[in-house]
Design a protein around this ligand. Sequence first.
Ligand code: SF4
Ligand code: SF4
Length: 316
Amino acid sequence: MENSPFKNLAEDAPFELSPVMPTMLAGDKVIQFRCHKDVGCWNACCSNIDITLTPYDILRLKNRLEMSSGEFLKEYTVPYEMDQDGMPGVKLRAVEGGTACRFMKPEGCGVYEDRPTACRYYPVALLSMRNQDEYTDRTSFALVQEKHCLGHQEPRSLTIDEYRQEQGVDVYDEKGRGWRQLVLKRKSAGPGIGKPPAISNQLFFMVSYDIDRFRAFVASDAFNKTYDVPLEVMATLLADDEALMEFGYNFLKHTLFGEKFLEERDGAYEQRMERLKAKAEKLRAEYLAGREALEDEKYSDAPRPGDCGCGDGERA
Ligand code: SF4
Ligand code: SF4
């Protein structure tokens, strides 16, 4: 390593290099790490946050805080785009004018039992990958080694899988699997021709993050006139957040990727096409009316006989 051309890469870099070790690790990889209240860097990681939330993270937090998903999103999150096609994501909002987490308390995390997936994983990062020709995703891990985190110097060794179990990540991973597959599917589809219509991103946002609004949508007349959901299934969806969340993942696969999951009622397709046709005709009529108005305006601005001030328009 003494003469390695890569020796001074970190020192010479014009900016701080990524703390994520660029190695994919398996679950049985042994790491050295422990975080506890007496460590010198207590709360340092929660003082500068960049935490992406999953649908299950939001569900747990909004229920803990006894808020609706809409109230939680407004109060505690900021939206961002997960890809060049504007796939919507949400991150935890930091304190006003700062970078610290709003749930951070001197004694530690104020929502510890319901803390998000990313907080549970730290300092391990979950890497999910999926090739275009593969149906399932592959999971591996990476280690995040930030200078301020002294937990790496603590004398405790355990495998990544043991650490995940200790932090209760397995259940979070299980509940988020369907959503991660959706995100990977959208990303691995590559750049499409043009952006996806705004409505598909709005649908993705509502189903993924705003579960109480999605519940109202599923209970609506319009939804039930279109889709044939058995009564007992509907009753479960309206009463059980987690069942609704899983239903939502499949509903998105059905509507965004054409993976058939729901039965449509007889005539629903034809009615939808009729509605679309009526809408297209209305838009066309509006466009033509707008164009006519523009033409009128253009001609009303054009110089007319007499505008030059040389009389009443008759040639001399
Ligand atoms: S939710 Fe808890 S663990 Fe996560 S950043 Fe906030 S205070 Fe830290
Ligand atoms: S040891 Fe690492 S994870 Fe624990 S408080 Fe310090 S910075 Fe955060």
